[in-house]
Design a protein around this ligand. Structure first.
Ligand code: ADP
Ligand code: MG
Ligand code: ZN
Length: 568
């Protein structure tokens, strides 16, 4: 599809589309989708002159995406994706998204924009439609070669946008469309993009992330159920629903009744779940383990947050569960909500540290989770690493966290707490963790999760329990799903690393026999898919992508030169 000029009031005159196919639509879509399509037609009537809108293909918090068909001059029919942005989006933000698509898109696995329609505050971005499969649906059947190519093409798109000084900020499989049959790839969704200091995207120089704008909440734009901007939650790992409710982001105020439909809670591809809420009250080990705390280093510039420095907000000072928040007490501040399930006014009034945190928690880099103010293109590379980890281990999502501290703890579980603390130090954050979590060997971890190695769950491995043979057996959190790879993907995709899903060994011998059979079948299947000969290079690249320190993390351009891709 060739790029055509984008216009704001209607379709460009030199566009190749001549008319919509107004043939009566056979109603195959559900009633609520029909209603949404009607709504879109009313909001942007000129669409109907060009497109027959046939289905709704995506709905997020900040947009709905539709499939439209248009008849081209040569008589052929072409399909387009119509992204209807919620009317409360900031105009500059919309223009920046469009500029990313038009300036950097249309090549190198980056989606381009064809047209843009606007009526009043309704904007519809038109893109070539790319048929794709959701990773969650195919992850269990992917071959290693497919995974290798997928990551290669993702890195290619990242290299390209990073050359333009675009930081995507929301790299995850839902935003990297993949057509398995035609081997096509496309990076989409620049709704959260930011510019580097020398970005070539003019509008990214002016957009600044706003806390109440798209994705500004601590849990990312997809997570409306746990959206929370008040950081005190970091101090109070037990705090769940009540805090969330009292601190949820304001719903955009300009919504009319009709528009509420556009911003309704999306059906999540994978439900995020607050880990805290599934911890049994007695699970002190696990609670202790997540008592990681971020506190601002003493040196930092912000006097307000220094005063409340043991609050969640800053860089990290780690405190064990039993310790009193000494610094608060010393400062004479009366805060009595520590370790309770509520947030006091003192905590609610704490000044927020400002750093970009958009994105989806499970894909956020350590420097994002710790609110490091200097964030660069390396954050996208980290997210690509999380995707590779997911694909190599066959688990999606891999990290499932409803807030930043849980996400950070999950990272520590895989990459090691000492290493994480060390890296955080390098970018000016003090991070304290009350117990040491050893770094895992990535191959052992992935092979165990794939069921290619005896799973330590058979012996019941405590989450952060010390084990002598940690080099051999990864310590997988005891709330890690432990089902075999032959288990249905529906079960798999429910369980990221952070989900409770126990799979206790059954006792009956017939079950044992069928389990053995399952295992044999799955071994044959997985060797056919190349999972019995994953080269060391794959885990070496993974290690480089998941470098905790953004300064030494491999870049997308360097990663493309990695020996894993030498033949490409
Ligand atoms: P949001 O900002 O709401 O996440 P996206 O731009 O990510 O919006 O689009 C949401 C979903 O719509 C995508 O995950 C994808 O499934 C679908 N989609 C977006 N653009 C296209 C496209 N050009 N072709 C096909 N599907 C698309
Ligand atoms: Mg998206
Ligand atoms: Zn308090």
């Amino acid at each position: 599809m060739e790029l055509s000029p984008v216009c704001t009031e209607g379709i460009s005159t030199d566009g190749c589309i001549i008319k919509s196919d107004r043939a009566p639509r056979k109603s195959k879509v559900p009633r609520d989708v029909e209603v949404d399509i009607e709504f879109l037609h009313k909001a942007v009537p000129q669409l109907a002159k060009v497109f027959r809108i046939v289905d709704k293909i995506g709905e997020g918090t900040f947009s709905s995406v539709y499939l439209g068909e248009a008849q081209m001059r040569d008589g052929s029919r072409e399909r387009f994706a119509l992204k209807h942005l919620i009317p409360t989006s900031h105009p500059t933000r919309i223009a920046a998204e469009l500029q990313c698509l038009t300036v950097a898109g249309g090549r190198e696995n980056v989606m381009g924009a064809t047209y843009c329609f606007r009526k009043e505050d309704h904007v519809v971005i038109v893109m070539p439609y790319m048929e794709h499969q959701a990773i969650v649906d195919i992850i269990s059947s992917l071959t290693f070669e497919e995974v290798r190519l997928y990551i290669y093409h993702l890195l290619k798109s990242l290299k390209h946008i990073h050359q333009f000084g675009i930081i995507h900020r929301d790299i995850k499989p839902n935003n990297f469309l993949y057509n398995r049959n035609s081997k096509m790839y496309a990076l989409v969704d620049f709704g959260l993009a930011q510019g580097t200091a020398d970005t070539q995207i003019e509008l990214l120089k002016v957009v600044r992330q706003r806390p109440t704008q798209k994705g500004g909440g601590s849990t990312g734009k997809q997570d409306t159920t746990h959206r929370s901007k008040a950081q005190p939650r970091l101090l109070h790992p037990k705090t769940t629903a009540s805090t969330t409710a009292s601190t949820s982001l304001p719903v955009p105020s300009r919504q009319s009744t009709d528009l509420t439909r556009l911003s309704k809670v999306p059906r999540p591809v994978f439900g995020e779940k607050n880990l805290n809420s599934c911890l049994p009250a007695s699970s002190t080990t696990k609670q202790a383990a997540i008592m990681t705390e971020l506190v601002k280093p003493i040196k930092t510039e912000d006097p307000a947050s220094r005063r409340y420095s043991s609050a969640s907000r800053g860089p990290v000072a780690v405190r064990s569960q039993s310790q009193k928040p000494q610094r608060i007490l010393q400062q004479g501040l009366t805060c009595n909500c520590y370790m309770t399930d509520r947030v006091c006014n003192v905590c609610l009034s704490r000044k927020q540290q400002v750093a970009p945190r958009a994105g989806t928690p499970g894909f956020r880099a350590p420097e994002v989770l710790t609110k490091c103010p200097n964030q660069g293109t390396a954050i996208d590379v980290w997210s690509a690493g999380v995707i590779l980890l997911s694909l190599l281990s066959g688990r999606y999502p891999f990290f499932k966290a409803s807030d930043d501290l849980i996400a950070l703890t999950q990272i520590m579980t895989i990459r090691g707490s000492r290493e994480t603390i060390q890296a955080a130090k390098s970018f000016g954050k003090a991070l304290v963790c009350c117990r040491e979590l050893p770094r895992q060997d990535l191959r052992t971890l992935c092979e165990t999760l794939r069921g290619r190695r005896p799973s330590p769950d058979d012996e019941v491995t405590p989450l952060h329990g010390a084990s002598k043979d940690s080099a051999q057996h990864p310590k997988i959190p005891d709330d890690t799903p432990t089902h075999r790879p032959t288990d249905g993907i529906s079960k798999q995709h429910e369980g990221g690393v952070g989900q409770t899903l126990s799979n206790h060994p059954e006792n009956s011998s017939s079950k044992d026999a069928s389990t053995r059979l399952d295992k044999q079948t799955s071994e044959v299947e997985s060797s056919e898919r190349g999972w019995d000969r994953v080269p060391d290079e794959a885990y070496n690249l993974l290690d480089r992508l998941l470098d905790l320190n953004p300064a030494t993390r491999i870049t997308a351009a360097q990663a493309l030169q990695h020996s894993l891709f030498k033949d490409l």
